[in-house]
Write a protein that binds this ligand. Structure first.
Ligand code: NAD
Length: 268
């Protein structure tokens, strides 16, 4: 077994899709019960059905991470259902506002939504769960950042800047929560094939005539070939394995870190 999470309860935001879904699977495989929280309740319920096949308890919860009342209600519901939260993974995220695929730069609405979901949403969930973890003097928090948060690039920068903020706030909370035996780390994925990356590939296709005959999936594969020294794609389950490690006792002395899981695409 990768990491022993037997008897632990994990709450995963953004658990209905992409990385969050893969993380739910791996945490359950490692023995954790899983609360799958997402704005998309139907999607969360589907993941609960899949996760239950690993023999763990799982339940779906609806949440809008940008709204404090919604987050607090969700945390209360998870505590009522499971009795405790040992692990929080913040995976809920957005690349931009509606119409992102048709843009070349970040609009006001892209700055607003990326900061609301990726930054404020992470903080609201983290703070609500940390209150409970502090009382128990135990907790493992994993924020999904991005290697795009380590280095600026073309395209407007709202998403990358929001992920730089996630890396930064991970360090701040790691300092504040260390006295309570709570570890806070972030994972920096590269490019992972999910509905979010499909949006990115569609934007690239629209803006680059040389990509016009390629499908979004082919654009993704080309990117991996060109940018990834290992020349193979990383999966949501790879992010789950890192999250499971960070949530395990094997990582008890790791906190405040941002760990690339990107096949070497960026090495900073
Ligand atoms: N896919 C990639 O290449 C990649 C790379 C680096 C980082 N990430 C990060 O990984 C995380 C997951 O991305 P993904 O690729 O799986 O995307 P995705 O679109 O497949 O999943 C995102 C999930 O977040 C949920 N969500 C969005 N806004 C929400 C809100 N306000 N409240 C609650 N849930 C909300 C969505 O319903 C969805 O289920 C994000 O934080 C993303 O920035 C993704």
């Amino acid at each position: 077994m990768l990491a022993d999470l037997s008897g632990k309860t994990a709450l995963v935001t953004g658990g209905a899709s992409g990385l969050g879904r893969g993380i739910c699977h791996v945490l359950a495989e490692c023995g954790a019960d899983v609360a799958v929280a997402d704005m998309n309740l139907e999607g969360a319920r589907k993941v609960v059905g899949e996760v239950s096949e690993h023999g763990r308890r799982a339940r779906a919860f609806q949440v809008d991470v940008t709204k404090e009342a919604s987050v607090r209600k969700m945390v209360d519901e998870v505590l009522a259902a499971f009795g405790k939260i040992d692990i929080l993974v913040n995976s809920a995220g957005v690349i931009g506002a509606s119409g992102f695929e048709e843009t070349t730069t970040s609009r006001e609405e892209d700055w607003d939504i990326t900061y609301q979901v990726n930054v404020k949403g992470t903080v609201l969930a983290l703070e609500a769960v940390a209150e409970h973890m502090k009382a128990r003097r135990y907790g493992k928090i994993v924020n999904i950042a991005s290697h795009g948060g380590r280095q600026g690039g073309p395209g407007g920068g709202a998403y990358g800047a929001s992920k730089a903020a996630v890396i930064h706030l991970t360090q701040s909370f790691a300092m504040d929560l260390a006295p309570y035996n709570i570890n806070v780390n972030s994972i920096c994925p590269g490019a992972i094939w999910t509905p979010m990356f499909e949006q990115i590939a569609q934007r690239q296709k629209r803006n680059d005539p040389t990509l016009k005959d390629l499908t979004p999936r082919q654009i993704f594969e080309r990117l991996i070939e060109q940018r990834c020294p290992l020349k193979r794609e990383q999966t949501p389950e790879d992010m789950g394995k890192m999250a499971a490690f960070l949530a395990s006792e094997d990582a008890t002395n790791i906190t405040g870190q941002a760990i690339n899981v990107n096949g070497g695409a960026r090495m900073n």
